[in-house]
Design a protein around this ligand. Structure first.
Ligand SMILES: Cc1cc2nc3c(=O)[nH]c(=O)nc-3n(C[C@H](O)[C@H](O)[C@H](O)COP(=O)(O)OP(=O)(O)OC[C@H]3O[C@@H](n4cnc5c(N)ncnc54)[C@H](O)[C@@H]3O)c2cc1C
Length: 410
């Protein structure tokens, strides 16, 4: 088969992370082609994804720098407080944005709004070409290029990026192994309307089956992530609306008044998936293709955005000293830079889920005392808050507070 075209960088996967990567690279002046197995969803498509994501403060700053935030601002809900509790225990951990003296802790945005804003921005950027449907199923390397193929097309690039999700086909085609831990949990996701205002407060309750998160959305609405045992979830999902709302009410409580379901219920099987390495010859892995973590801390997308910012940073730096995108030096730098953050978050989210999914009485007492101690230790609390806000450690340009040196397409 002949090669239809050439580009600097080909990205397999135009989901939240792949499209942000494409915008960041096109913004920095690279030619980019994004291949996705599915056509772009219609604007605010209710069938695209039922989730809303907690977007950390640093991630919001990055989306603003990429020209994506303006379209999201009207539908984003600032998170002003987070309250964490262990079932019905009276002790809880309380994070208040005022304690760090900056803006909100983060924002809640529905994924269907984020994907629409990214598509809008991508369409306005010269040098960025989306191709869909293009489910990548071939990989070859030839004469200093990596070649990706899909039914009906092929493209040669200096660098390929796998952003095709936790079951990444490109990762498998490159022969990169991965480890998977199945949590045997299902994330049931739905949106509710409630009577009383949420005042920007996010609640995370640790129930025996797993975390139950009530996340404020714009308007008197909340996105729920209800973790259940995988063998019990199908029964809950099959209930009619009245019975489902009754089960939901038992866990939610009545502090926001009456509840009504908005839109369908969604279910996501939960697993920790980690690629054995995130770079290869002319290939980098980002987002869930590199690591997919438990949603307990609402950090997967934020982690993927940190992959994006770091890879964009090392590629722009490499170009400034005459290197091309697929050269080994910048890729090795990317792998080193991302290692600690990804290992820490995979370990912490995994550990938290194991700790709180255990209902033994001594363990329950120990973790309640632990929550109370963290709540009374302001320096430790601030460290956790900075991590949740994505403002911890050495940040690449797109995430840093001082953005003076960013390389941008003019
Ligand atoms: C219940 C739940 C709640 C969550 N809440 C949060 C939160 O509050 N905050 C947060 O930061 N994170 C959250 N996450 C995590 C977050 O949703 C993911 O980390 C994020 O969506 C990963 O995006 P991605 O683009 O890497 O992968 P995906 O969203 O899986 O996108 C992959 C893309 O690749 C395409 N594709 C697949 N195969 C191919 C192929 N062969 N060729 C071409 N294209 C292909 C797909 O069509 C898709 O568009 C949550 C996760 C769950 C399960």
């Amino acid at each position: 088969m002949t090669i239809a075209r050439e580009t600097d960088i080909a990205i397999a996967g135009g989901g939240l992370v792949g499209l942000t990567m494409a915008c960041a690279l096109a913004d920095a002046g690279f030619d980019v082609v994004v291949l996705d197995g599915k056509p772009a969803p219609a604007r605010r498509d209710a069938a695209f994804d039922g989730r809303a994501s907690a977007i950390a403060a640093a991630s919001q700053r990055m989306l603003a720098r990429l020209g994506v935030w303006d379209a999201l601002a009207p539908c984003a809900q600032p998170i002003l407080e987070i309250r964490v509790s262990d079932g019905d225990a009276p002790l809880f951990l309380h994070y208040d944005h005022a304690d760090v003296g900056e803006g909100p802790l983060g924002y809640m945005v529905e994924n269907r709004d984020t994907i629409a804003a990214l598509h809008e921005r991508a369409a306005a950027l010269p040098g960025l070409a989306p191709v869909a449907p293009a489910a990548v199923d071939q990989l070859e390397r030839a004469r200093g290029r990596i070649v990706l193929g899909w039914p009906g097309g092929r493209i040669a690039a200096r660098l390929a990026i796998a952003a095709d999700g936790r079951a990444s086909r490109l990762r498998a085609l490159a022969g990169i192994g991965s480890t998977t831990h199945d949590y045997r949990q299902t994330g049931i996701v739905c949106t509710v309307r409630h009577e009383r205002p949420h005042q920007g407060i996010a609640h995370e309750r640790f129930l025996p089956a797993g975390p139950f998160a009530i996340l404020p959305l714009a308007g008197d609405r909340a996105s729920l992530v209800w973790t259940e045992r995988a063998d019990l979830a199908p029964r809950l999902l099959a209930l009619d609306d009245t019975a489902f709302l009754e089960e939901l009410g038992d866990r939610f409580g009545d502090f926001l008044g009456g509840l009504a379901l908005e839109g369908p219920r969604w279910s996501y099987p939960l697993a920790l998936v980690r690629a054995e390495r995130v770079v290869d010859d002319r290939l980098a892995l980002i987002g869930d293709a590199a690591q997919a973590i438990h949603p307990i801390a609402g950090q997967g997308f934020n982690l993927g955005l940190r992959d994006v910012a770091t890879l964009a940073h090392v590629l722009a730096e490499g170009r400034a000293v005459g290197l091309e995108p697929g050269d080994a030096g910048p890729l090795a730098h990317y792998e080193r830079w991302r290692r600690t953050d990804t290992v820490v978050l995979a370990t912490v989210t995994d550990g938290l889920n194991r700790l709180f999914a255990n209902d033994s009485a001594p363990l329950r007492l120990a973790r309640d005392v632990g929550l109370a101690l963290v709540d009374r230790a302001p320096p430790l609390k601030r460290v956790f808050m900075r991590h949740a806000m994505g403002t911890f450690g050495t940040l690449p340009r797109l995430l840093a507070a001082d953005h003076a040196n960013t390389v941008r397409r003019t």
